[in-house]
Design a protein around this ligand. Sequence first.
Ligand code: MYR
Length: 131
Amino acid sequence: TFNGNWKVDRSENYDTFMEVMGVNIMKRKLAAHDNLKITIQQDGDKFSVKESSTFRTIEINFTLGVSFDYALADGTELSGSWVIEGDKLVGTFSRKDNGKQLKTHRVIVGDELVQTYLYEGTEAKRIFKRA
Ligand code: MYR
């Protein structure tokens, strides 16, 4: 289960990923220490995700397979949906500004939640521990 409070522990290739996404150096430096925390609550096919970081605190509600809008911390708008594939939560989003696809998935590995991001052939991971 993905339910619970998670706090980012480390990231892999995240700076390069943000650069490919077009995020400027100033914001990338801030994002490297964003202290991201997420609280995931699943109820059937409905999810609530509370996101808090040095940038903002927001709550996102979505239903598996149903498209919704989401804005990244730098304001980039996405739309897309999450589905469950096996033990993975798989998200397929597209950027509203350029139409390009951003894929992401969440999976539990041991006692960690690993979120992988893929955009234009560049992959990054953020790894969370229970908070
Ligand atoms: C959620 O479930 O947390 C809400 C929906 C998340 C949408 C996909 C997030 C992709 C984040 C990419 C971060 C890259 C920053 C340049």
